[in-house]
Design a binder for this molecule. Sequence first.
Ligand code: FES
Length: 177
Amino acid sequence: MPRRHCIPPASRLTMFDMPPQLELEINGRRYDIRFDPETPLLQVLRDELGLTGTKYGCGEGQCGACTVLIGGSPRRSCQIPARAAAAKPVVTVEGLERDGQLHPVQQAFIDAGAFQCAYCTPGMIMSSVALLEHNPRANTTEIVQSLNGNICRCGAHPQILAAVQAAAQKIVRGHRS
Ligand code: FES
């Protein structure tokens, strides 16, 4: 993980050292946090807010394990400073379920067995959700292209593709958009 932004212990802080307050909206809930605004959003999500569904993979924007939605667009949270997420709603994999029901993409991943170790799964799901929210009739090429930046080292790509196609059909049939 990129170097952690260290904050001096509270006893050594002066009012000039205090990190500014950041307001984040995550999964429909507002959080006021004091954090170095340059801290990667991934670190805030996992270490401060306990939202560990978002995974740390490469820390370099290459693997997609840390993908979240910011303002509806898929973003690598390891590369986004917390301050950049302050103005827009953030959705993590924990925020997809509604009223006890998994999002169709989540359910389709389970139904298709679209994982082996599952480390990449949250990022795959978030990228797929972003795609289908903008283009529920995405064809195979578009699905493959949109998941191009999400790496699965187990080789579950055929099942992942099948899951996204199944979720797309379900969404088009009107189960949920
Ligand atoms: Fe962010 Fe790999 S951990 S892209």
